[in-house]
Design a protein around this ligand. Structure first.
Ligand code: WT7
Length: 661
């Protein structure tokens, strides 16, 4: 039996979700209704999205043109002539209507320190910080770097930027000072918002110190704004560093928003591609916000009163769309979780759900796998009855993890939504809908509204029509929340996404459509590695390793890992004259791991390093990572044609090396 057949069971929508005495009626409550709306979204997109944008967003000036341009020329534009502000949509309008409603539940690192922030309070905090930024000279179109722990102020920082029309560029606080420096420089940010320290799993993180290190080499930075998370005595550079608390108290509790055009950029967010240079993906105000809001409503079936808990970090797109913009645009209560799933015990998630009566819970397969391995006892005796929708994102979920999530967490009475999307898509694009789409364990199922997907033959680029096909995943037309460009490099945007298959947006993922038309994501077809849902490029890690003085050459690949999905294996050739003796090798191994941690961040550290004499290359010098991947996977008997290698004998040596380590 193939994997597909083993997992080909269709699980109907849980009856409880369709029972009005137990749950609010889902917005989409049958397959027919989904199909009808999906058709409508493709046949009459102007009407469909025009209506949605009017229903879900508030406009200071109405739009007249729903769509313009497209994938052929890379001139996508939505909701033209319209004006709005994302912070107004996420904060003001709810603060005016329901000032006492809780906007943010802050679940602090120590479980007994949670706090609630109402919409009224959130508006005051956002306005004061917006005042600080304006006073520091930040204007519409400027970029502000944000390097913060998972505290409510991270959301306040995003929204304050949005309020004054500045683009935020959030850098995940797991990145090293060098990675932060490169991103600040690329975006030419004038202000960095950070905290004195971070707290995570009981450990203290020296956040400000990392920022100090980074900005040493960033001439654009005029201000470092420091939030007092722990109150530690951290060094402050006179004239440059200021305390958030002191500065904010100088500014009024209300300040007007900057009216933005629909296509004005809202933020940039760096992500890895197949080259060593990270890309600053740019999202625009109206289209992005609509995508985030519409998917919280339909994919998570958000109803007023629900408590929405996304466990991602604000430093990734999932945090942007499903902690901040999506839930707040709908006036929801969103959870900001500062800790880790195993602190103080592996029951932390389940305690959080019971304590706050969470209705939608969103996490990654890697977390599910890690918790599953620790045993069912940790999840058993918690009241998880408030849950209706369980989401997963970041990588394909294996059926075992899917079933565990469904049985042990969802008790077979919740919808499981395996949401496929990317930094570039802005919001979920292939996903089940809780009340409508039967699921299969491991399939992201069917496209969201407006997503006209295609599976292409990777070589000819021809669309593979019908069911039972496998190829690369592409999208045939623009949807509102598709990224518009790469910051400062539109050419690279076109080349990466729109030129590989003209007329299509190319995702970089392989996919199959099974006999029922369900989509199965097969993983990246480019040199991108996915470790615990964190996206890394082989080239990025290779260029970190090559900076080490002993390294002549290196090749990095993704290998299968039970918990993290993939992990990093690095093949390293040393420079002539560098000692390779076993004692020295252990030290070198450590140094190389430190090297990667320093240049990128701890999450990019290789799990295995092989010191080798030579790498498999073609006669023209192209590195054959495919061969290394096969050797590591134990598939050396199916390497394919190796006669094109400059020196085929390299392969035997590598097989022996990998086998013995
Ligand atoms: C890549 C995008 C989008 C939020 C998190 C990651 C993989 C994402 C799924 C899923 C299979 C998935 C893809 C994609 N991916 N979600 N449900 N099933 N694969 O965002 O860092 O931009 O990474 O993550 O390979 O291309 P990202």
């Amino acid at each position: 039996m193939t994997e597909d057949q083993a997992t080909d069971v269709l699980y109907p929508v849980p009856e409880r979700l369709l029972d009005p005495t137990q749950c609010p009626e889902p917005y989409i409550s049958s397959m027919e209704q989904y199909q009808e709306m999906y058709r409508e979204s493709l046949d009459n997109p102007d009407q469909f999205f025009g209506k949605l944008a009017t229903e879900l967003l508030s406009w200071s000036k109405p739009f007249h043109t729903v769509r313009h341009g497209g994938l052929h020329h890379g001139d996508v534009a939505w909701f033209l002539e319209g004006q709005l502000n994302a912070a107004y949509n996420c904060v003001d309008r709810h603060a005016f209507a329901t000032p006492e409603k809780i906007a943010i539940i802050y679940e602090a690192d120590e479980p007994n320190q949670s706090e609630n922030i109402t919409y009224g309070e959130l508006l005051r905090k956002v306005c004061q910080l917006a005042g600080v930024l304006r006073a520091r000279g930040v204007r519409k179109g400027d970029t502000v770097a944000i390097y913060m722990p998972m505290i409510p102020e991270a959301a306040v920082a995003l929204l304050a930027c949005a309020r004054i029309g500045a683009l935020h560029s959030v850098v995940f606080a797991g990145f090293s000072s060098e990675a932060l420096r490169d991103r600040i420089r690329d975006a030419k940010s004038r202000v960095v918002i950070t905290a004195d320290q971070g707290k995570r799993g009981g450990k203290t993180i020296e956040t400000k110190r990392i920022v100090d290190e980074a900005v040493k080499e960033c001439p654009s930075v005029e201000t470092v704004l420091v939030y007092e998370r722990t109150g530690a005595d951290v060094p402050m550079t006179k004239g440059r560093d200021v305390w958030w608390g002191e500065e904010a108290s100088l500014h009024p509790n209300f300040t007007p928003v900057e009216e933005m055009n629909s296509e004005d950029p809202l933020f940039l967010l760096y992500t890895s591609g197949s080259t060593g240079q990270p890309k600053g993906v740019v999202h625009t105000t109206a289209g992005y916000l609509l995508g985030a809001a519409a998917t919280v409503k339909y994919v998570f079936d958000y109803h007023p009163g629900d408590i929405f808990a996304c466990m991602a970090d604000v430093g990734w797109i999932t945090g942007h769309s499903y902690i901040v913009y999506g839930p707040l645009a709908l006036g929801a209560t969103t959870v900001i979780f500062e800790s880790i799933p195993t602190y103080p015990t592996p029951s932390r998630y389940w305690e959080l759900i019971a304590k706050h009566k969470v209705t939608q819970f969103y996490t990654a397969p890697t977390a599910i796998r890690a918790l599953r391995r620790l045993g069912d006892d940790w999840v058993k005796d918690h009241d998880l009855s408030s849950l209706r929708v369980l989401g997963t994102v970041g990588e394909p979920i294996n059926p075992e993890a899917w079933h565990w999530y469904n049985d042990k967490v969802g008790k077979n009475r919740c919808a499981i939504v395996d949401t496929y999307w990317q930094t570039e898509t802005g919001s979920n694009i292939i996903t089940p809908l809780p009340g409508a789409i039967p699921t299969k364990a491991g399939s992201a199922t069917l496209p969201f509204f407006g997503i006209d997907l295609a599976i292409l033959d990777p070589v000819s680029g021809k669309e593979l029509i019908g069911n039972d096909v496998t190829g690369v995943l592409a999208i045939k037309r623009a949807w509102p929340s598709i990224a518009r460009t790469i910051y400062g490099n539109h050419q690279r945007f076109l080349e990466t996404y729109l030129k590989p298959y003209p007329g299509y947006y190319f995702t970089g993922d392989g996919a199959s459509r099974d006999k029922d038309g369900y989509i199965w994501i097969r993983g990246r077809v480019d040199d991108v590695i996915n470790v615990s849902g964190h996206r890394l490029s082989t080239a990025e890690i290779e260029s970190a390793l090559i900076m080490h003085h002993a390294v002549a050459e290196t090749a990095v690949i993704g290998a299968h890992d039970e918990v993290t999905g993939q992990c990093i294996h690095a093949f390293v050739c040393l420079k002539p004259g560098v000692s390779k003796g076993p004692a020295h090798a252990t030290d070198l191994n450590k140094e190389l791991v430190i090297q990667v941690r320093k240049v990128i961040g701890p999450f990019a550290a290789p799990k295995k390093i092989y010191l080798v004499e030579d790498l498999p290359k073609t006669r023209s010098g192209k590195l054959m990572r495919r061969i290394l991947r096969k050797i590591v996977a134990g598939e050396s008997d199916s390497l394919g044609d190796i006669s094109t290698l400059a020196d085929p004998s390299v392969v035997e040596v590598l097989i022996a090396k990998v086998g013995s380590s």
